[in-house]
Design a binder for this molecule. Structure first.
Ligand SMILES: *Cc1c(COP(=O)(O)O)cnc(C)c1O
Length: 533
């Protein structure tokens, strides 16, 4: 079961996987690797490519660039051969766990397979070689694709106006909250509070704070939905917005959504849909029909982009008529017959012009993540409406299969040690509590997660949502086979059985990865991003 091969790094690095603490040695392969950065490889004068002699007459640099813009020293660049470059990056890629090497059930993140067809489409020269300053007249195909994507997202969300400006889910949240603020200010109101459930993704309260508003937490009821009494008590004229995801991060669909929308609209606030969980409901239910005013999409989650390494992502928002004037610009507009040949023209639309516009403005200068639009559009078009619905149904089915399968594992002992936190059926993901496991077997959710790496699986999301004790959040997605789900359930059973014998095994895991346990807080708070050369 333990896959040792996929963890090997550079040829020449001494990797000896250990699966048991008794045989583990301190130094990791990374520490033993004598040449770690590409700057430490190669030799002076070595290069991957030689340019032919130029036939263009040389011009003195002094004539082209003023002295203050010229370097005194040439830049320090790695001097390496092509095979060294290839081995360097392939070696690094093999040290990471990625979706292409194994099951990655990271709850809330929707790590589903990214169809390779999308890469073909995104790499077409007309897409890949677009220039950011290219004249719109020579980029009509690209603008038309963006317009079509806007239309598709409007249809999927049930909200008619779309802006592709935001570059991530959290960026879409910021756009949505700024749109809300502009809407209230335009009506002469200063509202200060934004309600977020205690199951909310961390980006929701972070967004509220960045937008200069105040976070007010809402409690969760015994079914895992919003506590309506708490909502009624807190919904007042100072509330700007309620941010919600449905299904929420517990994998529970809030059946009270219509009543929630009434309460929120009753006090004049907007209802925001965190669309990161759209993978459960594509083609099945629409945020617009549930009463939401604003939704962000994570194109890199539900609509397939390679993600998890920090970008590029895409977080478009769709909004209702009520807040449409405040939408970030530019959007893409279609002008009928304006090209002269009877065909529609597509252009960037900046609204009524800077002075008259109520738009919150631009969120960035260029659509540098255009490749994301191509991939997601390819996904939407290749599946079609029916296909998107099938994908969501399969995502929910896979999650429920795995949930039920885990319950049977180890003759019921997994169910006993890792009970479902809320509800019975789930949507596209489910949350287990590792509290009983910790008390009975002496291993924490973190230990279980780390040990899963030795079994060849990426761990689920851990310690989120915060209200679940020792939370383990599993999202298998629709692209995994039944065999994979079975193997994962089996691995969880095996780890718990191991822990019953010797909790130290999981407590010291992982043993087979290039690095062991890292100081994640230090990595986030004081990252070493530049190595002294
Ligand atoms: C991923 C996620 C976000 C944030 O999206 P990013 O694209 O990572 O900024 C927000 N809410 C939920 C529920 C998410 O899963």
């Amino acid at each position: 079961m333990i896959d040792e091969n996929h963890l090997h790094g550079d040829p020449g690095i001494d990797v000896h996987p250990h699966h048991h603490p008794a045989s583990a040695e301190g130094a990791s392969p990374l520490q033993r690797d004598p040449a770690r950065t590409i700057f430490q490889k190669g030799a002076p004068g070595r290069s991957a490519f030689q340019c032919p002699e130029t036939e263009v007459p040389a011009v003195d640099l002094e004539r082209l660039l003023p002295a203050r813009l010229r370097r005194e020293q040439p830049p320090r660049l790695p001097e390496v051969s092509e095979p060294e470059i290839v081995r360097h990056y392939v070696g690094i890629s093999k040290r990471n766990f990625d979706l292409d090497s194994g099951f990655y059930p990271l709850g809330s993140c929707t790590m589903k397979h990214n169809p390779r067809l999308h890469e073909r489409a995104a790499a077409l020269p007309g897409h890949a070689r677009l220039h950011p300053l290219q004249d719109g007249a020579s980029a009509q195909g690209a603008l038309e694709l963006m317009w079509n994507l806007q239309q598709a997202l409007a249809e999927i969300s049930g909200l008619p106006h779309v802006s592709l400006q935001p570059s991530a889910g959290s960026h879409g949240e910021l756009a949505g909250v700024l749109v809300t603020r502009a809407y209230h200010e335009d009506r002469g109101e200063q509202r200060h509070k934004v309600l977020t459930p205690d199951t909310a993704h961390g980006t929701n309260p972070a967004t509220v704070t960045m937008a200069g508003l105040e976070v007010v937490k809402l409690a969760t009821d015994e079914h895992g939905g919003i506590d309506l009494d708490d909502l009624r008590a807190k919904a007042d004229e100072d509330v700007a917005c309620l941010m919600l995801t449905n299904p929420n991060t517990l994998g529970v669909f809030d059946a009270n959504i219509v009543e929630i929308a009434e309460i929120v609209h009753g006090v004049g606030a907007t209802l925001y849909y965190d669309g990161a969980n759209l993978n459960a409901v594509m083609g099945l239910s629409r945020p617009g029909d549930m009463g939401f005013d604003i939704v962000h999409f994570n194109l890199h989650k539900s609509f397939t982009q390679p993600h998890g390494g920090g970008g590029p992502g895409s977080g478009p928002i769709a909004v209702s008529e009520r807040v449409a004037p405040y939408l970030p610009v530019p959007t893409v507009a279609r002008r009928e017959g304006s090209r002269g040949d009877g065909l529609p023209a597509f252009e960037l639309d900046f609204g009524e012009g800077a002075a008259g516009s109520k738009s919150i403005g631009r969120l960035r200068g260029f659509h540098g993540n255009y490749g994301c639009f191509v991939r997601s559009y390819a996904y939407i078009r290749s599946l079609g409406g029916d296909g998107l619905r099938d994908a969501s149904e399969a995502a929910v089915l896979n999650a429920n299969y795995l949930r039920a399968r885990l319950r049977q594992e180890g003759a019921g002992s997994v169910a006993e040690h890792l009970p479902l936190a809320y509800g019975d059926l789930c949507m596209h993901e489910f949350v287990l509590s590792g509290g009983p496991m910790k008390r009975a077997l002496g291993i924490k959710t973190l230990d279980l997660a780390k040990r899963l790496l030795d079994y060849g699986f990426h761990p689920p999301t851990v310690y989120f949502p915060l209200l679940v004790d020792e939370a383990l959040m599993v999202e298998p997605t629709e692209t995994e086979t039944r065999e994979t789900l079975d193997a994962f359930a089996h691995a969880i059973g095996a780890i718990l059985a191991e822990a019953a014998e010797d909790p130290a095994i999981a407590a010291d895991a992982p043993y087979t990865t290039p690095v062991r346990r890292l100081d994640e807080v230090a990595a986030a708070k004081s990252p070493v991003i530049r190595e002294a050369l």
